[in-house]
Design a protein around this ligand. Structure first.
Ligand SMILES: [Zn+2]
Length: 66
């Protein structure tokens, strides 16, 4: 399976985030990700952004432990 990265369509940066809800999990004792919404924000552009998915071709896989 090809790994992907999420980038800003405007600047190509990776400092993008999505609006989301987190819900509390009593068993895990942590906030877990619930819904993820379409709205996105780019930290580099400091404005609302459109995000694009790109395949990771240039990033080598980490060596596996044997
Ligand atoms: Zn950007």
């Amino acid at each position: 399976m090809t790994k992907i990265t999420i980038r800003c369509s405007n600047c190509g940066g990776e400092n993008v985030m999505r609006d989301a809800w987190a819900t509390w999990d009593d068993i895990a004792q942590a906030w877990v990700l619930g819904n993820v919404f379409d709205a996105a924000f780019c930290d580099d552009c400091e404005t609302d952004a459109t995000i694009v998915e790109r395949p990771i071709n240039d990033v080598p896989e980490a060596p596996r432990c044997s």
